[in-house]
Design a protein around this ligand. Structure first.
Ligand code: HEC
Length: 148
């Protein structure tokens, strides 16, 4: 009889941790939206379509950020995106300075190097969560960013 009771309990625990994870994702995406408005919308546009007010001035048009997964056959590459955002992975068009290195910009006000790295990681993770929330079509994660 005890067994009959423990099975549903396990499911309740699994379900509540899954719900907690998706609530965290939603909170991250909301925080990421604000970061996006402050740092990215100028080029990539309010809706992420690559049509921001600066887009027409750039030699290389800003990418449509709602199609990240579509351009990669449904793959949503968290680590690759984090590297594109923090500047470790230069994107096409980066050479002309079209895409500032956000790794430096996001941590500018934190003096301690370790704390700065953590602050940048945290903000990049929120930006990636936001980008995930605006993807069109199905997607699956490849290269998962670790939460800190
Ligand atoms: C000054 C203009 C500008 C700003 C500001 C900017 N970007 Fe970009 N972004 C670009 C350009 C130009 C590209 C390159 C497009 C290409 O190679 O086709 C790009 C490419 C990207 C890509 C690659 C998309 C892909 O599918 O590979 C991502 C992701 C991205 N940007 C995210 C961001 C995020 C997040 C921010 C804010 C933190 C940001 N960008 C701010 C101009 C900008």
């Amino acid at each position: 009889m005890a067994r009959v009771r423990t099975v549903p309990l396990v499911w309740i625990l699994l379900l509540s941790s899954a719900l907690a994870a998706s609530a965290d994702d939603a909170a991250d995406a909301r925080a990421g939206r604000t970061l996006y408005e402050n740092h990215c919308a100028l080029c990539h546009g309010d809706g992420g379509k690559g049509d921001g007010p600066l887009a027409g001035e750039l030699k290389v048009p800003p990418a449509d950020l709602t199609g990240i997964a579509q351009r990669r056959a449904g793959a949503f590459p968290e680590v690759e995106l984090a590297e594109i955002i923090d500047g470790r992975r230069p994107v096409r068009g980066h050479g002309g300075g079209e895409m500032p290195v956000w790794g430096r910009a996001l941590g500018w006000n934190v003096a301690d190097p370790k704390a700065r790295e953590a602050a940048v990681h945290d903000q990049v993770q929120k930006l990636v969560a936001y980008l995930r929330s605006i993807q069109l079509g199905p997607q699956h994660t490849v290269g998962e960013l670790d939460a800190r």
